[in-house]
Design a protein around this ligand. Structure first.
Ligand SMILES: [Zn+2]
Length: 217
């Protein structure tokens, strides 16, 4: 376990190493960020966007919250998406869930945590919407299936936001993806939910849900 002083020591060593290996790296970052990617992921400390994808500072714009949820009225998430799409002109937004997510597990069990129950309620809505499909699976598959289903539902929520509806209407090329990360093996899975237009949401959604259930059955 690192102490706070260790964090500063590591930081100095990292900055020195970067500057030594790539002189001018930090100076180039001061000009402007121009990432192609936006990552919407879980706050879980085991799921660091840059390290998992091998992306450097300046290459991925990140928004994280408990269980990677995009709520229609969450001004924090929507503002981040708007900034990414309209100012930074990202080309891809990936919603990334992860297996072993405590938020998903709490939603599945109906566990009471406290204030966060109200946030996790959004995943319980996903659970309830797909209750019949989930109950048909073996119990040990349900948490991973709910993780995947939650990602797919949150991709839809990004797609139907005013930001994306307007971006696609004016012809901007942005694709929204649904991925899941395996904390147990370090690998990303593509949930085959990559949406690049309003028209394609519905058929891709149906196919992706079927794909999740088939893979877990
Ligand atoms: Zn999580």
């Amino acid at each position: 376990m690192s102490s706070l002083q260790d964090l500063f020591t590591h930081n100095r060593a990292w900055a020195d190493q970067m500057e030594r290996e790539r002189p001018g790296f930090f100076t180039s970052l001061t000009k402007q960020q121009s990432p192609k990617y936006m990552w919407i992921g879980c706050s879980d400390s085991r799921v660091p966007a840059n390290q998992i994808t091998g992306l450097e500072p300046g290459e991925v714009f990140v928004h994280r919250n408990v269980a990677n949820i995009v709520v229609h009225s969450d001004l924090n998430a929507l503002s981040a998406i708007q900034f990414a799409v309209e100012r930074l002109k990202v080309e891809h937004i990936m919603v990334v869930g992860h297996y072993g997510c405590s938020g998903v597990q709490a939603a599945l069990e109906g566990a009471r945590i406290g204030l966060a129950d109200n946030w996790i309620r959004h995943i319980q809505d996903v659970r309830d919407r797909h209750r019949t499909l989930l109950e048909a699976l073996q119990e040990k598959q349900r948490a991973n299936a709910l993780c995947d289903l939650n990602v797919i539902e949150q991709v839809v929520n990004v797609c139907v936001s005013t930001v994306m509806v307007d971006a696609w209407a004016r012809g901007q090329k942005v694709t929204i993806h649904g991925w899941a990360f395996g904390v147990h093996d370090g690998l990303l899975q593509d949930l085959q939910m990559s949406v690049a237009s309003t028209d394609s949401i519905e058929p891709l959604y149906r196919a992706a849900i079927e794909g999740v259930i088939a893979a877990r059955s």
